[in-house]
Design a protein around this ligand. Structure first.
Ligand SMILES: [Zn+2]
Length: 161
């Protein structure tokens, strides 16, 4: 899902949190930024794979891979993977929720909410496009299944990203 949609939906729900649910301005802001900055893990993966620090290149690279992935026939998609995003998983949500139980770190609850809001959008997007929503849902699942998948990038010839 494109960042502009995550930012838009995140902003709309932030308005709901602040005005309708009386969440503080500080906590609403934490939610807003968490709802789309979670995608920074795409950049981490790009740096790991390409040893390059260009945000623009990382963005274009993932866009290219995602388009390639969804242009494959549905039956072939399950054989491919196109990236490992470390923040996209229920395991990270659990860690954030546990941290939020510490009184001094209670603001982590709003990072948890932002990440959860983002993951639901990513899962719905995967379902709508005919992808596998479990690849978004769990890091352990991704690692386990990833062993048997071919990295899509390795199949794209002459990529300049
Ligand atoms: Zn995402």
């Amino acid at each position: 899902m494109l960042p502009k949609w995550h930012i838009l939906f995140g902003a709309l729900f932030t308005i709901v949190l602040y005005f309708a649910l009386n969440v503080s301005f500080f906590h609403s802001l934490i939610f807003f930024f968490s709802s789309f900055l979670i995608d920074i893990d795409h950049c981490f993966y790009y740096v790991y794979r390409k040893k390059n620090f260009s945000f623009k290149r990382a963005y274009n690279w993932f866009l290219l891979l995602e388009n390639k992935f969804y242009s494959l026939p549905k039956g072939k998609r399950r054989r491919y993977d196109y990236g490992f995003c470390i923040f996209h998983g229920i395991e990270v949500l659990l860690i954030l929720l546990l941290l939020s139980l510490i009184p001094e770190l209670s603001f982590f609850f709003f990072i948890f909410l932002g990440f959860l809001f983002h993951l639901v959008q990513d899962m719905l997007n995967a379902i709508c496009k005919g992808g596998n929503p479990f690849m978004v849902l769990s890091i352990i699942y991704k690692i386990t299944c990833g062993k048997y998948k071919i990295n899509l990038e390795d199949r794209i010839e002459n990529t300049s990203y």
